[in-house]
Design a protein around this ligand. Sequence first.
Ligand SMILES: Cc1cc2nc3c(=O)[nH]c(=O)nc-3n(C[C@H](O)[C@H](O)[C@H](O)COP(=O)(O)OP(=O)(O)OC[C@H]3O[C@@H](n4cnc5c(N)ncnc54)[C@H](O)[C@@H]3O)c2cc1C
Length: 348
Amino acid sequence: MRDVIIIGGGPAGSTLARLIGKDFNVLLIDKKSSDESKTSFKKPCGGLIAPDAQRALARFQLQIPTDVLANPQIFAVKTIDLQSRLITHYQRFYLNVNRYRFDRWLQSLVGDADIIEDARVTTIKKLNDNYQVTYVKDGIEQVEHARMIVGADGADSIVRKTFFNRKIRQYMAIQQFFNASDIKPLYASLFDHTLTDSYGWGLVKDGELIFGAALPLQNSRKIFEVLKDRSAVHSFDFSNPLNTEACLVNSPRSIREIECGSDHVFLIGEAAGFISPSSLEGISYAMDSALALAQAMKKKNVIKYYKVKCGKIKMKILLKQLKSIVLYTPILRKLVMLSKLDSINLVE
Ligand SMILES: Cc1cc2nc3c(=O)[nH]c(=O)nc-3n(C[C@H](O)[C@H](O)[C@H](O)COP(=O)(O)OP(=O)(O)OC[C@H]3O[C@@H](n4cnc5c(N)ncnc54)[C@H](O)[C@@H]3O)c2cc1C
């Protein structure tokens, strides 16, 4: 029997496995495969490493290898309000990465835990004094047992759905890829409150334009097409679609929607609800909450200590909630954009 089974090998799961692998008998189960061309799962993501995520990496003394970086790097965001037609540019400090390779790199740093990749967890059951995890690999159902379970399995977490019924606000994130060889590199964020109370984005990565948005769960595909129609005037070329991906994305309306866990089942990263409701930046929260749980696992009362540690992360989300009120209230956003506060003027 294992001490810990971590379900999900994204930034949260891989970080936790790296941090606790020496002290516990850990198994990490992840859907992704090590072969990029064959993997049945790639996390839909903008792949922008924000300053908070850079800070988390810095604390771990990690440096991103250049083969994880994407082309080009980005220094500004073009903010487009499709209703008021205002456009403002702001300086930004993101690293543009290939998200699949970023996840694989974090996973490669896990030294002391066992990893089963290309495997999907289908059920988790509480038995008398342990948990039974069933997963499917190569079409064959297999079983493992552990004293503790960690749900690091993202927005559509099977761990959260199995053990907790705390609701969290969710959007359908849709991203479409286009040939961008002729497009001037850009990073844009788009707002249209008649379509979504979250936002859309467009960015160029390794010769492709990624156009995406977080949309209401109902009629998301239709709304996405309307957003594309309305955005086309802003020099997006949607003529050569290459592929489309979609997944749920969490966006806590209040910190009460965050679930850290109970008993011997813990949630980290987006599964817990740790993600910025204003920008949907989640990579820093994934790593920070993994660190919090790793530190808590050194204590006797893990859940109590983890909840205390999560207090700081929740406070950060609370501040992002205040920011999202300004960002997503049309009149407030308009005032901020008109004020040109903190904006940059482009030199043509
Ligand atoms: C479209 C989109 C764009 C985004 N852009 C950005 C961005 O640019 N920058 C940023 O910081 N954040 C971004 N985010 C948010 C960010 O991607 C997540 O918050 C972050 O990845 C959360 O990390 P995590 O490790 O908690 O979960 P995930 O990264 O979601 O990882 C979960 C892992 O669990 C595995 N898994 C799930 N279910 C199972 C199962 N049943 N069995 C086995 N394995 C399973 C998956 O393989 C996956 O690797 C974006 C989100 C979306 C949807």
